[in-house]
Design a protein around this ligand. Structure first.
Ligand code: MEV
Length: 433
């Protein structure tokens, strides 16, 4: 079985788009109708072929916008590509609350990305340190000339370094050379990796140490951004509860993971909508959430009299030029909706969005809970999934909302049952359900 399976797919990547689809059809995984569906994508098929391997088509995500955001006194409509009900509604509603009663401010705390050059078993750490000190300026000039000339023109480049050592389980020592690189409006992953790989050989030759690997670090703690929310003159009971919910996430990793998932609900959706690598930002933010030694919520909220103050700080390694941001037409549109922001501005918007999204979740959690708001929107999905027609939908949704209010729970089987009963018994059945 294993061999025939592997044989069947041998050379799959060499096939063209149509051959690949035919091959999957012949294997029984997709139908003729699936092929027509996959081929009706609106985005150019060539683009996908250039981005990934073994392309079949596109996976569409809904694209929406969150409104009501005024960040650093600049109004934004924020594009979000996401499948989860109520993220956009919650972000827009919370942003209106914040911007009508307070403000959202952001700050850049640093702009250097980190590249790592790893020496698994360093022979002489002090000597390595001395060699790097002696050669750094020369190597920097070479990197600027050969790898980063355009970046240097824009104000970027290799700015600084740090040499770290870690004791290994076998008692030996590993050395890690960190390169701090400014990549301006680019996310910069390829550039950082190129710089690290370029410096591998001169480092090995000068130090007689053996480099094990070179790669950027997603824990970009020299590329930090901070967002702050101030909400004035609020109900003291409500804001105290939000502070308590915040403390829960600051003290308990189980809660922190869920709180941070909510923070990332908006951030990821914005990163997808602007063609950014959301896995990179996710990894960085989760790692940063551990920087005290314990995994914590990325946000903190405090009640100060009748005011509520919130803060989010974390690494945002993203860009608005290069890669998918330039290539994908929907990502270009996303950036256009945002007013063509710089990389720094997009990072500020992301941090602000994450903080506001978190406030929306905490407010819901300490008041009515998330189910009511979420389910109201989810009811639409359930009605659709149960096969309600356009004509049946409004009445069905209204009816289900009433049930939700009384029973605090709606299941798909109930939606199906309601619809079946209606269709069988006419409109009077509603009263009997
Ligand atoms: C759900 O997508 C996100 C929340 O769980 C976030 C939170 O608990 O803070 C509601």
């Amino acid at each position: 079985m294993k061999d025939s399976f592997l044989n069947y797919f041998s050379g799959f990547s060499k096939l063209n788009h149509f051959q690949r689809l035919e091959k999957l059809k012949a294997y029984g995984l997709i139908s003729k109708e699936d092929i027509s569906y996959l081929n009706q994508g609106v985005t150019e098929p060539h683009l996908a072929e250039n981005l990934i391997e073994n392309v079949l088509g596109y996976f569409d995500l809904p694209l929406g916008v969150a409104v009501n955001f005024i960040i650093d006194n600049i109004p934004y409509v924020i594009p979000l590509a996401v499948e989860e009900t109520s993220i956009i509604a919650a972000a827009s509603k919370t942003a209106r609350w914040v911007c009508s009663n307070g403000e959202i401010k952001t700050q850049k705390l640093g702009s250097f990305s980190t590249g790592q050059i790893h020496i698994a078993q360093v022979k002489d750490f002090s000597r390595l340190k001395k060699i790097i000190e002696e050669h750094f300026e020369t190597w920097k000039q070479e990197v600027h000339k050969n790898i980063l000339p355009a970046m240097v023109k824009r104000g970027g480049g290799l700015k600084d370094y740090e040499l770290r050592s870690i004791k290994r389980p076998d008692g030996k020592q590993m050395a890690i050379w960190h390169l701090h690189i400014e990549t301006c409006d680019a996310m910069g992953a390829n550039l950082i990796n190129q710089v690290c790989e370029y410096l591998k050989t001169p480092l090995e030759e000068a130090s007689q140490e053996e480099v094990t690997l070179c790669i950027l670090s997603n824990l970009a703690d020299k590329r930090l951004f901070r967002a702050e929310v101030i909400l004035r003159n609020q109900d003291p009971v409500l804001i105290k509860k939000i502070e308590e919910a915040s403390l829960f996430g600051e003290m308990d990793p189980y809660r922190a993971a869920t709180s941070n998932k909510g923070v990332l609900n908006g951030i990821d959706a914005l990163l997808v909508a602007t063609g950014n690598d959301w896995r990179a930002v996710e990894a960085g933010l989760h790692a940063y959430a551990c920087h005290s030694g314990q995994y914590k919520s990325l946000t903190q909220w405090r009640a100060k009299g009748r005011d509520l103050h919130g803060v989010l700080e974390g690494p945002f390694m993203l860009g608005t030029v290069g890669g998918v941001t330039d290539l994908h037409p929907t990502a270009r549109l996303g950036l256009k909706i945002l007013g063509h922001p710089s990389g720094e501005r997009l990072a500020r918007i992301s941090a602000a969005l994450g903080l506001v999204q978190n406030l929306g979740a905490l407010r819901a959690l300490v008041t009515e809970g998330v189910i009511e708001g979420h389910m109201k929107l989810h009811i639409k999905n359930l009605a659709l999934k149960a096969g309600a027609t356009e004509a049946e939908q409004p009445r069905l949704e209204k009816h289900l909302c009433r049930i939700l209010k009384n029973q605090k729970h709606i299941s798909f089987s109930l939606v199906e049952k309601t619809l079946r009963a209606w269709r069988a018994g006419g409109s009077n059945t509603e009263k009997n359900l």
